[in-house]
Design a protein around this ligand. Structure first.
Ligand SMILES: Cc1ncc(COP(=O)(O)O)c(C=O)c1O
Length: 360
């Protein structure tokens, strides 16, 4: 469907606005004070999220960052100075404002993400601390699926199972940052439990490709979620008549999961259309989910901001790096929009720069 504002916005799947059905459900939502657990809509959403991830319980929180933070707080509780194994390209390590250090009191043991998004087992094993008076204790391994910076790749159930088996051998827990869990599940053609069974806790976002305006879910065993509920209150995330937003989340889980496949098809269409343009290299020529990463050739003298500015004139909104882009497809991007973006890139990259001859 086209955006209400007429723009083709590929900055992220977080730019999606609620569907008309979501807005109707929000207006009609039955609500109560959720801190007293009196909000029937939130309670229904939490039950549904727990069922979809195969966990005993779930907690509705305002953001993915908060869901990850609460999981880290619970897994590390009462043990300041412990270590958490994270990927070097993980959102928890790179993009959560150092909450692991500042708010959890733990330090990151950073392991390289492999191109398939997983963490190398030998690297993880090497990062697990021996019992030594000098060392912090390792508590937790964090995985991310889909792995955003590795190209929105799906970490395979096999890789997740192997990481979990390693964790179990060392008495560690596994947390899954599944901000885009359902993109991974849809790409696999399997239920989300195929992945979540290999984690002790899992968070997923309603506010990304699923299109809800606000909210993420933390799912796990009942004790873990009870503790997370207390930490949610501590960090100011206890919400009152939150059913107003949970109602959109329920619609997202009912109607927006299967259609994620359309976003994946559009990402592949976008990659295929951009692949042959001069001066551009795709980092993931065959996108597995809804992200296309590309780099411009600096030798051509056209920067990411140059391209973004030129395409903005055509109503195309991009988030440029110095010479690169992450383009994200979502519910408000149509195949026609994709074709317009390809045409826009072709036109900008085909322009002559001062003193330069560009082919095509
Ligand atoms: C992989 C991943 N994890 C966590 C988050 C955090 O979600 P939020 O923006 O809701 O805090 C994001 C956000 O883009 C993400 O991409």
């Amino acid at each position: 469907m086209p955006f209400e504002n007429g723009l083709i916005d590929l900055r992220s799947d977080t730019v999606t606005v609620p569907t008309p059905e979501m807005r109707r459900a929000m207006a009609a939502a039955e609500v109560g004070d959720d801190v007293y657990r009196d909000d029937p809509t939130v309670n229904r959403l939490e039950e549904r999220a727990a069922a979809l991830t195969g966990k005993a319980a779930a907690l509705f929180v305002p953001s993915g960052t908060m869901a990850n933070l609460l999981a880290l707080m619970v897994h590390c509780a009462g043990h300041r100075g412990v270590e958490v194994i994270v990927g070097d390209k993980s959102h928890i390590y790179l993009n959560e404002v150092g909450g692991l250090a500042a708010l959890v009191g733990a330090q990151a043991a950073v392991v390289a993400n492999q191109p398939d998004g997983s963490l190398g087992l030998a690297d993880v094993e090497a990062a697990i601390r021996a019992d030594d008076v000098h060392h912090p204790r390792t508590r937790l391994i964090c995985l991310e699926n889909t792995q955003n910076i590795c190209g929105g790749v799906v970490v395979s159930p096999g890789a997740m199972a192997a990481t979990r088996a390693l964790a179990l051998r060392h008495g560690l827990k596994v947390h899954l940052d599944g901000a885009r869990l359902f993109n991974a599940a849809v790409a696999l053609g399997a239920p989300a439990t195929t992945l979540t069974q290999h984690a002790d806790s899992v968070m997923f976002c309603l506010s990304k490709g699923l299109g809800a305006p606000v909210g993420s879910m933390l799912c796990g065993e009942a004790d873990l979620i009870d503790e997370a509920r207390r930490y949610r209150k501590m960090v100011g995330g206890g919400m009152r008549q939150a059913g107003v937003i949970a109602a959109a989340g329920l619609i997202a889980l009912e109607h927006m999961i299967e259609r994620l496949e359309d976003d994946h098809v559009n990402a592949r269409r976008l990659a295929a259309g951009l692949a042959d343009l001069p001066g551009l290299t795709l980092e993931n020529p065959e996108p597995q989910t809804n992200m296309v990463y590309l780099q411009l050739d600096p030798a051509r003298g056209i920067t990411g901001p140059d391209v973004a500015e030129a395409l903005r004139g055509d109503g195309i909104v991009l988030d440029p790096g110095p010479y690169g882009f992450r383009l994200v497809t979502h519910a408000w991007i149509t195949p026609g929009d994709v074709d317009q973006v390809i045409a826009g890139f072709r036109s900008v990259l085909g322009r002559r720069r001062k003193g330069q001859v560009c082919e095509g």
